[in-house]
Design a protein around this ligand. Structure first.
Ligand code: CP
Length: 315
């Protein structure tokens, strides 16, 4: 692949290759091994048009651990505020000859569009409610390390499915790897026709969680609700918030996941989120650095090969 724009175009063997390399980086990071130089001489620019803690910090750390020169564009202080378009901003940065562009944008499809205008590798750090591919990859790595496999598992994704790029990328990835995916949430937050993706849909937590191996909770994405139906937080927590009683319907060794940022007491009980016997939320964050190292390593290898084949610069 030239870019990482989504999970949709990835084959199962490509996902496995990415996760195998991520596993190696995760072990290296855990041993605090010295940085490598696979991105030495390369420039990585992070452009976040939407807020981020985990994704931006881990892409920055990943680039630095691989030896890249990393620049974080402060989009709030950029000429975007003077009306410059996304494409003009991208073309301007492209003229400075970066090698990797990491982009988060509030509009679905914006990162794909941008990737068609530049001659470096583009990584989607989340575009609207479309895709968040590195999140799904880090979730998959966490599951594989915890459960010892990434196939034939029963996985529940719970909450605001309709507005979640994390849900979409995970549905695609977990389906490609032959897992059973259950979606649980209020009908108003469930996209119509989602069953076409081979998932089962529930609006009752206790029924949907029955005997699952993995419980993945999602935040209510109020910023994408466009003034539409926003449930009351108290009522939502009562019906869809994960607590130990509802988790009791899952398998005894089921793990609890959340991509963050989480709202304690809205979609998840705070004590359960901190329970290291069930919750792998901090491991997900840790795996985020490893996955971003692996994806940038593989895209940089591809970029070097293409540049050897096209030294005149046409990619
Ligand atoms: N999971 C996730 O994308 O978190 P951030 O918005 O903090 O990057």
């Amino acid at each position: 692949q030239r870019h990482l724009l989504g999970i949709e175009p990835l084959r199962p063997d490509e996902i496995t290759t990415l996760l195998d390399l991520s596993d190696q980086y995760a072990d290296r990071n855990r041993k605090r091994s010295p940085s490598t130089d696979v991105l030495a001489g390369m420039t990585q620019i992070n452009m976040f048009f939407e807020n981020s803690t985990r994704t931006q910090a881990s892409f920055e750390l990943a680039g630095k651990r691989l030896g890249a020169d990393v620049m974080n564009m402060a989009m709030q202080a950029s000429s975007v505020k003077k009306g410059e378009t996304l494409i003009d901003t991208a073309l301007t940065l492209n003229a400075m000859r970066p090698d990797l562009l990491v982009v988060r944008h509030p509009h679905a499809g914006a990162v794909d569009l941008l990737s068609q205008k530049v001659n470096c590798a583009v990584l989607n750090a989340g575009d609207g409610k479309h895709e968040h591919p590195t999140q799904a990859l880090l979730d998959a790595l966490t599951i594989r390390r915890e459960k010892g496999r990434l196939h034939r598992l029963s996985i529940a994704i719970c909450g605001d499915i309709a507005h979640s790029r994390v849900a979409r990328s995970n549905i695609l990835l977990l389906g490609k790897m032959e897992n059973r995916v259950r979606l649980i949430g209020p009908p108003t937050l469930m996209p119509s026709g989602i069953e076409e993706f081979g998932v089962e849909v529930f609006d009752d937590m206790r029924e949907g969680l029955k005997d699952v191996d993995v419980v993945m909770m999602l935040r209510l994405q109020k910023e994408r609700m466009d003034g539409g139906f926003i449930p009351s937080e108290r009522e939502y927590y009562h019906r869809y918030g994960l607590d130990s009683e509802k988790l009791g319907h899952a398998k005894e060794d089921a793990i609890v996941m959340h991509p963050g940022p989480m709202n304690r007491g809205v979609e998840i009980d705070g004590t359960l989120a901190d329970d290291i016997n069930r919750s792998v939320i901090q491991e997900q964050v840790e795996m985020g650095v490893a996955v971003r190292m692996a994806t940038m390593d593989l895209l940089a290898q591809n970029l070097r090969e293409r540049r050897t084949q096209h030294p005149e610069g046409v990619l």
